[in-house]
Design a protein around this ligand. Sequence first.
Ligand code: ATP
Length: 267
Amino acid sequence: MRGITKSASDGGRTGWEDVGGLMDIRNAIQEMVELPSKFPSIFAQAPLRLRSNVLLYGPPGCGKTHIVGAAAAACSLRFISVKGPELLNKYIGASEQAVRDVFSKAAAAAPCLLFFDEFDSIAPKRGHDNTGVTDRVVNQLLTELDGVEVLTGVFVFAATSRPDLLDAALLRPGRLDRLLFCDFPSWRERVDILTVLSRKLPLASDVDLDAVASLTEGFSGADLQALLSDAQLASVHELLESDTSNDHHQPREIPVISNELLKSVAS
Ligand code: ATP
């Protein structure tokens, strides 16, 4: 399965401190994944099957992928991430086998978080694909999800911005039965996200992130990330324009993002 999977130990790991807002989702994941991972012997004695498989859904850029990576790192789980379209494209004619392989790999890697991103591409409603490929993939996913119960320490997460396209059988109890909605961030959450994302940026002391959050209603986390990135680029341009030394390879100052600049990029 080389090429479509990765491990959270590959570096660049994010943790809870890199996630702004999304507190309800974070709490739900902590309850479902973090506690059983930290105290497996206590949870092993629980007589009822605990829900361990999650579908995150919501508009693009609202942190679904981001929070799953953070969860894997925070819970010290190996992380196997599979992009739906990649699985279909790379293994034309062998997609069901690819699904089997991914689950076997996850079982061998337990404790592990297996994540299917862009899940609607591999799990659409059956009966609409003339080639039958995705129908067979969905059947295989159902089989594997039914088997995951016995694989202690494998948590299956999937994400989609189009939950309406998914085959309903995948969402039945025992399968991806915990649904978590990642919505556009509220004002408070935008302040949190801006704070998290700007942690390593050279912000001027007058920067007012509360005010920037007020100007960015309807922005997703990805939009806020793009905003900061644009502001950073604008600050570089500002510095280059004001630097009259003609030695741009050795600027005398670092580009600082001012409040004025951030607000002008946001509005
Ligand atoms: P898609 O449906 O398009 O896959 P998504 O909901 O999975 O989108 P992400 O890929 O998680 O969105 O978010 C894109 C980027 O936006 C992240 O890499 C991160 O930089 C930033 N981001 C989004 N939400 C948050 C958040 N709550 N906290 C911090 N950063 C965030």
